[in-house]
Design a protein around this ligand. Sequence first.
Ligand SMILES: NC(=O)c1ccc[n+]([C@@H]2O[C@H](COP(=O)([O-])OP(=O)(O)OC[C@H]3O[C@@H](n4cnc5c(N)ncnc54)[C@H](O)[C@@H]3O)[C@@H](O)[C@H]2O)c1
Length: 449
Amino acid sequence: MSDTATKTKATNDIRDIRLADEGRRRTEWAERSMPVLRQLRERFTRERPLAGKRLAACLHVTTETANLAVALQAGGADVALCASNPLSTQDDVAAHLVKDHGIKVFAIKGEDHATYYEHIRAALAHRADITMDDGADLVGALHMIALNRLDDLAPPVRKWVETLSAADRKALVTGVIGSTEETTTGVIRLKAMAKDGVLQFPVIAVNDSQTKHLFDNRYGTGQSTLDGIIRATNLLIAGSTVVVAGYGWCGRGFAMRARGAGANVLVTEIDPMKALEAQMDGYRVLTMEAAAPLGDLFVTLTGNVEVIRVEHMRAMKDGAVVANSGHFNVEIDLEGLKKVAKGPVRVREFVEEFQLAGKKLFVLGEGRLINLAAAEGHPASVMDMSFANQALAAEFVVNNAKQLSKDVHRIPADLDQEIARLKLQAMGVAIDTLTSAQRKYLASWDMGT
Ligand SMILES: NC(=O)c1ccc[n+]([C@@H]2O[C@H](COP(=O)([O-])OP(=O)(O)OC[C@H]3O[C@@H](n4cnc5c(N)ncnc54)[C@H](O)[C@@H]3O)[C@@H](O)[C@H]2O)c1
């Protein structure tokens, strides 16, 4: 654990409580762009839908997450928060939540592997009724406990679980009435668990809401990934060749923003439909093998493993820059690279140089989500909708826990629509409503020309 960390072990483990004022000011700045979450917080304050519930959240500890945590607390929840990535924590925000709201926070930017999992352990020890994940780390650990696969737990979690009685371990899992999941990668894992019949409680796939992935994944990741790359490198994007691996929601957003900044954008895909879409959107689609010698900058946004492998990196130009914005740091084969290349040498913050095949290659942010490692993650305005979904999902779990099956569920479409309606209202955008003739026409099958 960090020497500089401020520790009151049971209630927090953060960098430095003295950063709280800076965190508060930045959190208030983000809040200005989160009108939908604000309205929910105000309603939660009045109605207290989460009263008496313990909630453990494993999310990127950013200003936007701080606003969510405060809204959940306003709803009556006792909140514990740990990081969902070792590099994404904003230490001032962690300090603000501890000092000004008494929220239990376990997160330090740049924490090592052991500390990261010690913090997951601390969140598990909160013995939550509801868990909230961004990448399924909490739910994953709870399931390893439920299935008695303790060897699959990271050592700090395993050692703690081994001290618990069998009844205690069981209660950790059966105590959870439901969970929510923020991101594509987490949802894929949860659906695989449900398919295998091992899911222990209902989960709400927040990512599957339209007001989440259409905006957060596309416009949030699009802008913040470019922001992270520029902050890390200060490279000029105009006139460069950018290779985008994956043309899903995140890839579409990033390709759009890279093109907007003047890059020649190449796309790699494995799905013919997405590849066709990219081609018709005007990008050049090719294999990673063909793209490797062409790109100046490579960005993976696939949620898959080993998308950029050593054979690709060998073929890249001298000075090529490689980054990832998919959830886990598995999309670039860095382990393979380390075996065959010289390095890494840190050339500036978030930029590491490797020497391979007589050329220099630069990897950004250790292959972790570059928008959170080197920038601040998504702008608050899109997180407003994502976190409105999270807050409503927590309320939905409380209200429907008894009826929900142990499966992956979506937030009901009317709540999703309501978030879109509130967002438009906050943006001052009015839309038309159906006339009675239009409603009748749309409901009929026998009205012709
Ligand atoms: N950086 C962020 O802040 C952020 C935000 C949201 C989601 N994510 C993460 O980004 C990743 C992508 O999310 P998404 O919502 O775009 O998912 P998605 O499913 O919409 O898109 C992923 C795309 O990658 C393609 N793909 C898979 N393997 C590939 C390969 N080997 N080569 C090329 N393409 C391949 C798929 O066909 C798909 O089109 C996930 O890990 C998700 O959790 C990151």
